[in-house]
Write a protein that binds this ligand. Sequence first.
Ligand SMILES: Nc1nc2c(ncn2[C@@H]2O[C@H](COP(=O)(O)OP(=O)(O)OP(=O)(O)O)[C@@H](O)[C@H]2O)c(=O)[nH]1
Ligand SMILES: [Mg+2]
Length: 530
Amino acid sequence: MMNIPLVPNRRRSESDPFWAALQPPANESLADRDRRLFAELEAKRVSDGIDEMLRQEKKEMRMKQEIKILLLGQSESGKSTTLKQFQLVHAPAAFRADRIAWRAVIYLNLVRSIRRILDAISPDTEDDDNDELDSNPRSRHIRRQSTQVVNYEQYRRTLEPLKVLEEHLIRTLSSPDDEDEPTRMPFSIPTPNSQGIATKNGRPAPVVSIPARQPSFPPSPVSPILSPGASTIGSSKSKQPEVSVHNRSNWKKAFSLGSKIKSSPKSAHTNEIEGWWDDPSDPVHVLNACAQPMLTLWRDSSVKQRLREKQLRIEESSGFFLDEIVRITALRYFPTDQDVLKARLKTMGIVEHTFSIPDPPHVNVDWKVYDVGGARNQRHAWAPYFEDVNAIIFLAPISAFDQVLLEDPKVNRLEDSFLLWRSIVSNKLLMDVSIILFLNKIDLLQAKLKAGVRLKDHFKQYGSRPNDFENVSRYFQTNFTTIHQEFSVNRSRELKIHFTSVTDTRRTATIIQRVREIIITANLRSIQLM
Ligand SMILES: Nc1nc2c(ncn2[C@@H]2O[C@H](COP(=O)(O)OP(=O)(O)OP(=O)(O)O)[C@@H](O)[C@H]2O)c(=O)[nH]1
Ligand SMILES: [Mg+2]
């Protein structure tokens, strides 16, 4: 703002028309002069006020930050689950509005678990065909004895409708066809005589991602034990590729409440309204009809025995809902927060979420959280995000020490995590980036150790140390810390490590709060406001 001079500059040229215009009239009375000076003072006060406001605004602009967080880690490490927890903490209304759409994923997870069991107990299946992706030769040897499930044929027949449902769910998830018929009912199960399930418009949809094999990373300082035969595991005919939906896909729209449905989530348990349960083509009816045989199968002791022999710990796998068959197959089932956190849908591409978080008194922060696909054929997409990211949350699923990668069964999952960690901490582009390490899935690690799975059978160097949670978790923490110390491009970078179970809402909310504080502090330091 321009300040009006109270005392005119006498040396200025009188020919300057601007200066001349500001001069008081020659015949100004005393009263006029007082009025003029008062008006000038008032104008200056207003002008100073505006200047101050602009200064404040500029300061706030400078302090208004956009903080970018990248979630990294191998497939199934828990990145998308962490993103869901961010949503639950910072955008709970949007998270809850989406819950209904997850119904399809949860159904699919359930149906696929049933299929895994049927494959595992099938008399036609060779012993190695349905194994958990297991890296230990000893446990594969033990699996040779096999229990026959006498009711197998009956289970297969009664659960046959789930096969058609599975295909249908996959196709609908992959191709919601949202643009031209937004009001259609979410599901429509094909008639038995339809040849496959054509999408509307006849467009074939890319349904399932089958990761390409890629060359292994160079050896790392920590090496797991892998048997020479391990490469055959995971490549058998009965292995089911994981279902993934590309980030560009609008799959949630297809499974949200359609216009035909008058219900709201709250009214799902009352009788006043019409809902998806009134639509005879909704998948819930097939599931509901199959609930009893599913339950009998899951409770059958000979099935349990067969799964044990095959070391197939299905209850530790992603998207496990078999202990909730009755609730999930109920006609009016509505997913809970916990169900959504447990649901498994593989990420392809990069998913971005923005949360605007007021952080008084200093800053308003827009948090952008990027969730990436962690499978090996997805990792090439990470690098462009390294340029301007403020922080990385790296997730390593430490329960996976006895598993191999789906995309490369020669590689132990933890070994892959160590190598990935090394490549991240040694990346020059990430020199000034805060890195927070989540040693994740500790609940599963505890269960696994309790079930007697021994770390030394997979990591020989662990030797005779106690096979309990305290020692095993410390071992992993030491390994990750050592790799950071040895390979980090920035030796002064402080490494924050959290033991997490990101499906646990309460604990994860606290950790997210702490992570935010760490990042804010590091960020303020970097813009020299501290
Ligand atoms: N029990 C348990 N399950 C977890 C934990 N973290 C993640 N999960 C489950 O593990 C599965 C995989 O998690 P995601 O978050 O989808 O894994 P991701 O890293 O996004 O995997 P990609 O998208 O393939 O890269 C999901 O079913 C989660 O519910 C955990 O700490 N404990
Ligand atoms: Mg994901």
